[in-house]
Design a protein around this ligand. Structure first.
Ligand code: NAD
Length: 524
């Protein structure tokens, strides 16, 4: 069985409040069985050729191509996102990731020959790229299909078995059941364990070989603490508070459209969505007027729109009631502290549809400008100079994504370099995430470790170092017996090689002498 559930947590359709189904935490015995199956299947995965693993992963692509409408229906039912958001960031992106990794994996996962220093002349160095074993992937609710499938397929390609604990808010249980029934994907290689926070914590305690966590800073710290008790390796892909810096030389129309998308796509529930907007004073009024005007014209998912079928909806519903409360709290806090509501700020009564909201005259003492909001809001601030913009952008505990908008590419690169973050776009936002060749991850409170890119495969590998020597009749000069003669020769070698001007003849003479000793001198 690939999906485990019983009853207790209600999975709800955020658009109409209908309870879709209920789930519960699996028993201890069920979790132990899951680990046993993972460890057993992992030996088979490791023994498979990479070509065969790629064929398995290709089944994911074939499945997505065949059942994309069903996948979208289930994602929309559990998240409330607009169909285009679900299509672009989940279905399309998964296909692209599979396509790229089919090409990238053979290059990245093959054993490597490594250079050796001159002092090890005659020996060889290699790196074996090996799986770690069983990877536990724990995921959030904002991209519930993509975030389960992508790290899982990478870990599998690298030869690992995978256990995934999706968010209890959007577990997509019917989708995983359908996927395992129809895709013919290798049994037990990826096991989806549906359950709540407690299940996540118990799975960590069962000592996977690595935890790949995507979620909030608060939970990330908790899981890292649990991992530290058993020295379990961990990647942390955590939250963000992305700044976007708009200089006064830009094409206003294009930038307004880009910023609007960067802030409101997926109803702002993006770890790298624009949450802070810094606009240079010369264009501030014109830029903000246009941004507000266009934002008001975005077509939200209410009233009366059926976003399951309506492709002309720009902004869908929010997904989680607790997140809506945070967004409302941040807006209220900003207004109390003097921010100006430029548009939005309201929620359709009785629903989770939050109107795209722009707040002017924000300051960094407001929650909306300092804590992760994770909703369709922009906190706008004005700046004068490049230095001020960089200082404001870096005045945050987070360091996930950022963007810089300018026609001056020297300035674009300079600012991109100066922002302390893991991912940055020049004249776009969040598009790094659409390039599976680019590693993705954060600094500061946004976590560590890299996902996607070559690093995203290697994070699931044991990079085993191998030093190969010949079986000759020589013994190495650094072996016993230690003698004054050998140590002096070694010191001569060091002096001749590392002195300011290299002394090749002295180096060779001392090297030959050491070789001669290596043939004769050994402990009797
Ligand atoms: P969350 O931290 O509340 O939950 C994430 C997952 O952790 C869920 O599956 C949950 O059940 C599980 N969990 C909770 N407590 C646990 C514990 N003690 N032990 C083990 N597992 C536990 O996050 P969320 O609300 O689901 O997601 C929103 C957050 O995710 C935001 O902060 C967002 O920025 C972040 N996020 C980050 C990225 C990224 O790539 N950096 C991507 C998407 C979302």
């Amino acid at each position: 069985m690939d999906v485990l559930t019983s009853t207790a947590i209600k999975v709800t359709n955020p658009i109409n409040g209908t309870i879709l189904y209920e789930i519960d935490d699996p028993s201890e015995k069920e979790l132990q069985d899951i680990f046993e199956r993972a460890r057993s299947v992992q030996r088979r995965i490791q023994a498979m050729s990479l070509d065969d693993r790629i064929k398995e992963v290709d089944k994911i692509l074939q499945y997505v191509m065949q059942y994309q409408d069903l996948i979208l229906d289930i994602i929309i039912a559990e998240t409330g996102k607009s169909r285009t958001d679900a299509f672009a960031a989940e279905v399309f992106e998964v296909c692209d990731v599979v396509d790229v990794y089919k090409k990238m994996a053979p290059k990245v996962l093959k054993d490597r020959n490594v250079a050796i220093p001159v002092f090890l002349m005659g020996k060889k160095a290699k790196q074996f790229i090996e799986p770690l074993g069983t990877i536990l992937v724990i995921t959030p609710w904002n991209f519930p299909f993509y975030q389960v499938i992508v790290p899982s397929l990478m870990a599998f390609l690298a030869g690992n078995a995978v256990i995934v604990k999706p968010s209890e808010v959007t577990p997509l249980k019917p989708l995983w059941e359908h996927f395992f029934a129809k895709s013919d994907f290798m049994k037990d290689a990826i096991q989806v364990v549906v359950g709540g926070k407690e299940t996540g914590a118990r799975l960590v305690d069962m000592r996977p070989d690595k935890v790949h966590f995507t979620g909030s800073v608060r939970t990330g710290k908790r899981i890292m603490e649990a991992c530290s008790k058993q020295l379990i390796a961990i990647d942390l892909e955590l939250g963000g508070k992305d700044p976007s810096i708009v200089f006064d030389d830009i094409n206003i129309d294009r930038t307004v459209n880009g910023v609007m998308w960067g802030a409101f796509t997926n109803a702002g529930q993006n770890c790298t969505g624009i949450e802070r907007l810094y606009v240079q004073e010369g264009i501030y009024n014109k830029f903000i007027d246009e941004l507000v005007d266009k934002t008001k014209k975005l077509r939200p998912s209410f009233p009366g729109r059926d976003i399951t079928t309506d492709m002309d909806c720009d902004v869908g519903s929010m997904t989680a009631p607790f997140q809506v409360k945070i967004v409302e709290d941040h807006i209220n806090d900003a207004l109390e502290k003097g921010a100006k509501l430029l548009c939005g700020g309201i929620k359709e009564p009785g629903s989770m549809h939050m109107v795209p909201t722009i707040l002017g005259e924000c300051t960094h003492d407001m929650k909306i400008a300092s804590e992760e909001t994770f909703g369709p809001t922009i906190a706008v601030m004005k700046f004068k100079t490049e230095e001020e913009a960089i200082r404001l952008a870096n005045d945050s505990p987070y360091g996930l994504g950022a963007s810089v908008w300018t026609k001056d590419m020297d300035r674009g690169y300079r600012v991109a370099r100066a922002i302390k973050c893991g991912n940055v776009c020049i004249n776009n936002h969040m598009l790094n995430e659409a390039d599976p060749y680019l590693p993705f991850g954060g600094v500061k409170d946004s976590g560590f470790g890299r996902f996607k890119g070559e690093e995203g495969l290697l994070t699931f590998c044991n990079l085993k170092s191998v030093l190969v020597d010949k079986m000759s009749d020589m013994i190495d000069p650094h072996w016993y017996p230690y003698t004054a003669t050998k140590t002096t020769l070694l010191k001569n070698l060091m002096d001749s090689w590392f002195s300011k001007s290299r002394k090749y003849i002295k180096f060779a003479v001392n090297g030959l002498k050491i070789d001669t000793i290596g043939k004769k001198e050994r402990l009797k």
